[in-house]
Structure formats: structure tokens, C-alpha cells
Design a protein around this ligand. Structure first.
Ligand SMILES: *[C@@H]1O[C@H](CO)[C@@H](O)[C@H](O)[C@H]1NC(C)=O
Ligand SMILES: *[C@@H]1O[C@H](CO)[C@@H](O)[C@H](O)[C@H]1NC(C)=O
Ligand SMILES: *[C@@H]1O[C@H](CO)[C@@H](O)[C@H](O)[C@H]1NC(C)=O
Length: 758
């Protein structure tokens, strides 16, 4: 009996086993068939055009805020009547990306399936509260974590075919290792194929997850900033009120058309449970959204040594509004116009030179020198001395320009009002290492206390007085003036622009919170059409009171590899924070960076004739104002070679070819030449049309590209810009400017002042 019993058990077990095996086989084949059909469908073939969620991802309702249990967006909210109709009537979505929006809207939609009730009954403040009530009610512990890695896994090949092509070799090795295959001939290509496809799928899933996470974070931040930091702003109040009134009418008109019932807005139990009082809760919100902040002001130390723990007052008229949370208070305490420099100890010499230059420009704006790591007492003393000492000795070039300078020169050069701003304590301890290096400049932007400021690199050289920048028309129009970089032929993959577009306000941000959607102005920026280097951030002019909300996002973008990996240093982040808010009030000076110095001797072509294209080789990206066509500033200090301390003179002497005119004979001469100020005679703005026409091949031995680097001189800082490229059909001409003699004398004087030549 016992045996019989056992064999019965055996059959039961075998039956279960068979069942499991067949189930597995079924899943295996079914899965792969389905898989193949997914891979073979258009999405994978077309790559970027279809970059976005694969349909099968859209299968869950609830949204989580942690990356590991990310569940894809349910986009049905976009197809709901009021959204769809409103969009077709009032909004133009130029983003051209797969549906993308904060997943928190989905929570709101789940709670209020009839969105007409939200649009027709909740005013701006109520919507603000509703957004965060839903965030809390979904997860009491929601918060932004600056340390969460949002990796940029691969930005080059989103398209399956390209991705595969670039990685086949590595993936084959991984495949062989995984299945312990030693012999190349033992590889079953169908299996390898599947393996590669599954790897791509993993990469793709991960990319979508990370981007959704970024999209959520940025939406939370921009909505908070607008609601609780700018909520009391007159213009925000009136604009959002207009929007609300428009939507009340719109919802009414829908009702008339559909003869529908009036939809009543009702809070859910969970929403009611979360009490949001903007004044008190703002503080809780800002701690969750900006956990890297310590919520202390930086320490402001005047040149006299006096220290204060809150922003100094430069204007008397404006009363300080002390209401609200830290970020409200900070925004309300911004005042005055000034200059902002960011320094580490190694930039002190440049800073001293820049201060001498500012004095020569008769600058009277206060200067805040923001530092993060240590600035030694000796460095501070040097800076203060340059700012306060009595200037008696002018360089000899001064005599030649005396008549060009303002009368005020007779009273001597103004002493500068220097403030050292220590921002170390504004950052929470565990996030401090995130701000080393370029982060410094971002902190200087966020934590200077001016209402309007000019941000300068320590080695930026301005050829116009600071007032000139504040009075620039482009600056005055929107309160943000930026300059463009050299158009060197380095390009972005299409996925960069796609990603940037995806991070701008969505249709839902626009409907509920009145964020503008981007227009052609954003889409036509050269960085969006594929140029890698776009902005040069050596001079940035900003109205901070107006744009505080955008500037607060700078550090946040710098935390995310998704952005950091797509910007050289911090420079592109400045315009990115604007478009992420759908705000297009920034202006770029029209001209790309130029080469400034003297025209090189004409290059002799292979046929013995002189090249038509002229050339300037210079270590200084320079900028020409698009209104006046004047040279207004350049970067890399005033020394002819800013790297003169790092140059191997022996090598440079050998490598100079025809670049220096007349050629230098000895290392000593070369040293003097590199140290002395750049003598400005000509400026070339090389031609630029677009990414596609950056290379202009020709048989005439004329230049094919607008810029090239001379690697073996001035520590690889020397770049040559040419006045034209191509020939005949593909000829593109840039601009050559010759400076008049008075201007040249003035610049010589400024150069001597900066370098400290007698
Ligand atoms: C998406 O959400 C809608 C409404 O909230 C729901 O009816 C639908 O079932 C959801 N779709 C999926 C695939 O979960
Ligand atoms: C991709 O994501 C979907 C939805 O979250 C999931 O069902 C699928 O298994 C994932 N595929 C891979 C290869 O990770
Ligand atoms: C500043 O320098 C001192 C001495 O070199 C060092 O002990 C201290 O940790 C530094 N502080 C910062 C913030 O780097």
C-alpha cells in the first residue's frame, strides 16, 4: 500500500512538473513571439521619431515616486474631453515628444475624473494646494533627493539600429561570457539577437524611467516656485486670474454644447486630510524640494571686515517683506545692482586685475565676491588693497587716451565696495561636495543678494563699463542677457534636443498653472538644432528679482547627469533653466563668439596664391555687440596667452610657424610676448549658418571650417577663426571688423591696466 501511495504521489509530482514545464515553454514562446513583434514594429525601427513609451508600458494606474518601482505614465488624462478640446483651442504643443508630464497629474485625475470641475472651480491657489495635497496623500515621505542618481546611460544612440551597431562587439562578448561560450562558432545567432534586443529593452526602460523621474522633479519644483515663491507677485496674480476666468467660461461653454450637468468639485477624503496653508506649509515644501539648502543666508563680509548674516542693503527705498518661508524672504530681500565674481584661491591674481579694470571703468556698483572653498585672509587682503588703494600711477598709454575718458577721472579712480560672500554654510553638509568646481558659479548666481547683477568669471575682461550692460536693450527687455560661444564643429545627438524639449512645461502644466509652452524661439536655439557649444557664460547679466525661480533650478540641473552630461561645465544650464519654465524672456547677443587680435599673414595656397579667407588666432573668445558692432568683452584674461604660466616655452618657440608676426627669436621674447596684453586691431566673427553647413569642402584650398585649434601653442588654448569658408556655391562669409585708432588706444590702456604694465 505504501508503495502504491508513493507512486500516486510520484504521478502527481510528475503531473505538476509537466504542467510547469509546458507553462514555461508557453511563456517562453509566447513571450518571445510577442517580443519579436514589439521589436519588429515601427517603434524600434524608426528610433527617434518614436522615442517615447512603448505602448505596452502604459498599463498601470498608480504612480510612485521612487525610481525602482516606477510604473509608466497612463496618458488617458490627455485624451479626456476638457484637456483635448482646450488644447486644440488654446495651446500649441511644439515639443514634438511622446506624451510626457508630471505623473502627479495622474493622481489628480484619478481623484477627479471630471477635470472640468478643477478647471471651472479651482483658482490658482487652490490648484497649487491640490497639486501638493495629492503628492502628500500618495506618499507622506515624498521628497526630492539630490543624491539620487539619474544616470545618462547612453545619449548617443537611442535608435535601435544605431544602438545595436555601436555595441554589437561588446554585447557579443557579454553574451559569450553569460552563456560560457568559448568558440565563436558555437554562437546561435538567433539567441544572440534576442540577447541584444533584451539588453536594448533594458536600456530603453531605464532611460524612460530616469527621464520620467526628472520630469516629475522639475514639475514639482517649477510649480512650487510659481505658487509659493511668486504667488504674491502682481503679474502672476493677474495672469493666473485671467487664466481662471477664461477656463470658467470655457467650462460653461462645454456645458452648453453638451447640455451637460454642472460638475461640482469635491475633495477626496485623502486630500482633505492634507491641510496646506501656503504660509506655513511653504516651509515644509521648501525643505522637501530643496533639501540641499541649509536655509541660512550666506555670510556677507564687507571689505572693512564687518560681518552680517543676512543680505546687505544697497538701496534704501524698498521695504523688506519678512513674510513667508526662507525662499520668500530671500527673494524679497534682493536689492540693488551689482557685480558678482566667483573665486577660488587660484583665481586671486585675475580677480585683482579685474578689479583694477573695473576701477579704470569708474565702476561704482558694489562687488560681491562669492567663494565656497577657502579664500585665505592673504587673498582677501590682496583684493581689498587693489580695490581701496589710491591709484597714482597710470600706465604711459593713459596719456594717449586721457581726452577720451570721462571728466570724473580727474577725481581719481573710485574705491570699490567689496563684499566677500561665504556660501559654504548655505549648503547642507551631506551635499557640500556636489558644489566643488563649476558648482561654485551656480552658487554665486543663486546666493548673491543683488536684484540685478552682472556675473563675471575672474578672467573675463569687459571693455565697456558695467553700466553699459545694465542699459543694454536686450537686457532691459527681458532681464536676462547671454552670449554665444564659438561655433566649433562639435555636435549634439538628436536625443539631446529631444530630452530638453521633453523637460519643458507640458500641456497640463500650461492648463493648470499657466506655464507657457515653448515656441520656435526655443526650438531655433543652436543648441536645440545640434550645436554642442552654444552659450559662453563668462558674462551673464540677470535680473534676479524677476528670475529667481529659474536660477534656483541651476543647482538641481547640475545634480542630474541627464543635464550635466549634456553641458560642458555649467554654461548651458543658464538658458536651460529658462526653457524648463517655458520662459523665453532671455535674449542672446546675436553674434557668436569672435576671434580678436590681429589678422594673420595671408595663408599661401597650394597653387601659390593667397587665400581669400583671413584668419585670426587668439586664445580669447571675444564678443561683439549686435546693436553697435563694438567689441565689448572677451575671456581668458588680458595676457596674450592666459596660460603663460603653464606653457613649455621651448616647444612653443619651435612650433610658432607663421602664427606670430614678427616671429619670436628667444624664449625670453616669447615669455614677454605671452605675458603682455593682447593688442587688439581686428576682430573676425567667423561665418555660421547651421549644423548641416558647418563643413564646406572645396577644391580651392580655402578653409572648410570656421574654427580650428592650434594644439601646440599656448597650452592648447589657441583657436583660429576664419573670415570665410567654402568656395563658389558653398561660400559663407563672416565679418571682419577693424578697430579705429582711438578705440585701439583705449583698449591698450585697459590692457596695460589689467596686466599692470607701466
Ligand atoms: C488609465 O487611467 C484611466 C482613468 O484613470 C483608466 O480608466 C484606465 O484603465 C487606465 N489605463 C490603464 C492601461 O491602466
Ligand atoms: C520594460 O518595462 C516594462 C514595463 O515596466 C516591463 O514589463 C518589461 O519587463 C521591461 N523590460 C525589460 C527588459 O526590463
Ligand atoms: C579651510 O582651510 C583650513 C586650513 O587649510 C581647513 O582646515 C578647512 O577645512 C578648510 N575649510 C574648507 C571649507 O575647505
Amino acid at each position: 500500500m505504501a508503495i502504491k501511495y508513493k507512486s500516486g504521489r510520484f504521478f502527481t509530482c510528475a503531473g505538476i512538473l509537466c504542467w510547469i514545464i509546458s507553462l514555461n515553454l508557453y511563456i517562453y514562446f509566447y513571450h518571445y513571439d510577442k517580443f519579436d513583434s514589439v521589436i519588429n514594429n515601427k517603434h524600434y525601427q524608426n528610433g527617434l521619431e518614436d522615442y517615447g513609451a512603448v505602448n505596452s508600458f502604459e498599463n498601470e494606474n498608480k504612480i510612485s515616486h521612487r525610481i525602482d518601482d516606477y510604473i509608466p505614465l497612463n496618458t488617458s488624462i490627455l485624451k479626456s474631453d476638457p484637456v483635448l478640446l482646450y488644447q486644440s483651442e488654446y495651446l500649441e504643443d511644439n515639443r514634438n515628444v511622446r506624451p510626457s508630464f508630471s505623473s502627479n497629474y495622474q493622481n489628480i485625475y484619478n481623484n477627479h475624473p471630471d477635470l472640468k470641475s478643477v478647471m471651472g472651480q479651482l483658482d490658482f491657489n487652490q490648484r497649487c494646494n491640490l497639486y501638493f495635497q495629492n503628492l502628500y496623500s500618495f506618499d507622506h515621505n515624498w521628497a526630492i533627493n539630490p543624491n539620487e542618481r539619474l544616470p545618462l546611460i547612453d545619449k548617443n544612440d537611442f535608435d535601435y539600429t544605431k544602438w545595436r551597431a555601436s555595441k554589437t562587439k561588446d554585447l557579443k562578448e557579454a553574451f559569450k561570457e553569460k552563456y560560457s561560450i568559448e568558440n565563436e562558432n558555437d554562437i546561435k545567432y538567433r539567441d544572440l539577437d534576442r540577447f541584444i534586443r533584451s539588453q536594448y529593452d533594458k536600456f530603453w526602460n531605464q532611460t524612460l524611467k530616469v527621464e520620467q523621474k526628472a520630469s516629475d522633479m522639475l514639475s514639482h519644483l517649477r510649480i512650487f516656485n510659481k505658487c509659493y515663491i511668486y504667488g504674491d507677485d502682481v503679474k502672476v496674480k493677474s495672469d493666473t486670474k485671467k487664466l481662471f476666468n477664461k477656463q470658467i467660461q470655457y467650462v460653461k461653454s462645454l456645458r452648453t454644447i453638451n447640455k451637460g450637468q454642472e460638475s461640482r468639485f469635491r475633495y477626496t477624503k485623502d486630500e482633505i486630510a492634507v491641510k496646506i496653508n501656503p504660509l506655513e506649509e511653504c516651509s515644509d515644501l521648501e525643505h522637501r524640494l530643496y533639501p540641499w539648502l541649509s536655509f541660512h543666508f550666506p555670510i556677507f563680509e564687507k571689505w572693512t571686515g564687518d560681518i552680517q548674516m543676512s543680505p546687505p542693503r544697497f538701496t534704501k527705498s524698498k521695504p523688506i517683506n519678512e513674510k513667508g518661508c526662507f525662499l520668500n524672504k530671500f527673494k524679497n530681500s534682493l536689492n540693488g545692482k551689482g557685480i558678482v565674481l566667483t573665486v577660488g584661491t587660484k583665481h586671486v591674481d585675475d580677480t585683482v586685475n579685474l578689479i583694477k579694470l573695473l576701477r579704470a571703468h569708474l565702476n561704482t556698483y558694489p562687488i560681491q565676491i562669492v567663494y565656497y572653498d577657502n579664500l585665505s585672509a592673504a587673498s582677501k587682503r590682496k583684493i581689498v588693497q587693489a580695490a581701496r588703494e589710491n591709484v597714482k600711477d597710470f600706465p604711459s598709454s593713459f596719456q594717449k587716451v586721457k581726452h577720451l575718458l570721462p571728466q570724473k577721472y580727474d577725481y581719481g579712480l573710485p574705491q570699490q565696495d567689496i563684499w566677500f560672500v561665504n556660501v559654504f554654510n548655505v549648503v547642507q553638509e551631506q551635499y557640500r561636495d556636489k558644489f566643488l568646481g563649476f558648482g561654485n558659479k551656480l552658487l554665486a548666481t543663486v546666493f548673491n543678494s543683488f536684484e540685478e547683477f552682472i556675473l563675471l568669471d575672474a578672467d573675463s575682461v569687459i571693455l565697456k563699463p558695467p553700466t553699459w550692460f545694465f542699459e543694454n536693450n536686450k537686457y532691459k527687455s527681458g532681464g536676462a542677457l547671454f552670449y554665444k560661444d564659438r561655433t566649433t564643429p562639435e555636435f549634439r545627438p538628436n536625443s539631446d534636443s529631444y530630452f530638453f524639449r521633453k523637460m519643458t512645461p507640458s500641456v497640463l502644466d500650461s492648463i493648470f498653472f499657466d506655464f507657457p509652452m515653448i515656441t520656435s524661439k526655443t526650438l531655433e536655439l543652436e543648441a536645440m538644432t545640434g550645436m554642442y557649444h552654444f552659450m559662453e557664460s563668462g558674462v551673464v547679466v540677470l535680473n534676479k528679482a524677476k528670475h529667481f525661480d529659474k536660477l534656483l533650478l541651476l543647482p538641481q540641473l547640475n545634480f542630474m547627469d541627464l543635464f550635466k552630461g549634456r553641458s560642458h561645465g555649467e554654461k548651458e544650464l543658464f538658458w536651460l533653466v529658462f526653457i524648463i519654465n517655458g520662459n523665453e524672456q532671455f535674449e542672446f547677443n546675436k553674434y557668436n563668439a569672435a576671434a580678436a587680435g590681429q589678422l594673420q599673414k595671408p595663408v599661401i595656397k597650394k597653387n601659390g596664391k593667397e587665400r581669400l579667407a583671413q584668419e585670426i588666432c587668439s586664445a580669447h573668445p571675444a564678443h561683439v555687440d549686435d546693436e553697435t558692432n563694438e567689441l565689448i568683452w572677451f575671456n581668458s584674461g588680458f595676457h596674450l596667452c592666459g596660460q603663460h604660466n603653464k606653457v613649455k616655452y621651448e616647444d612653443d618657440l619651435k612650433n610658432q610657424d607663421n602664427r606670430y608676426d614678427p616671429p619670436l627669436d628667444t624664449e625670453k621674447d616669447l615669455k614677454t610676448f605671452y605675458y603682455e596684453p593682447l593688442r587688439l586691431k581686428h576682430v573676425i566673427i567667423p561665418p555660421f549658418k547651421n549644423k548641416e553647413e558647418t563643413f564646406c569642402d572645396n577644391k580651392e584650398d580655402e578653409p572648410t571650417r570656421a574654427w580650428f585649434m592650434v594644439h601646440n601653442l599656448c597650452n592648447s588654448y589657441l583657436w583660429c577663426g576664419v573670415s570665410q569658408i567654402g568656395y563658389g556655391d558653398n561660400l559663407q562669409k563672416g565679418t571682419i571688423i577693424e578697430l579705429d585708432s582711438e578705440t585701439r588706444k583705449l583698449y591698450d590702456y585697459l590692457g596695460d591696466t589689467w596686466v599692470g604694465i607701466e
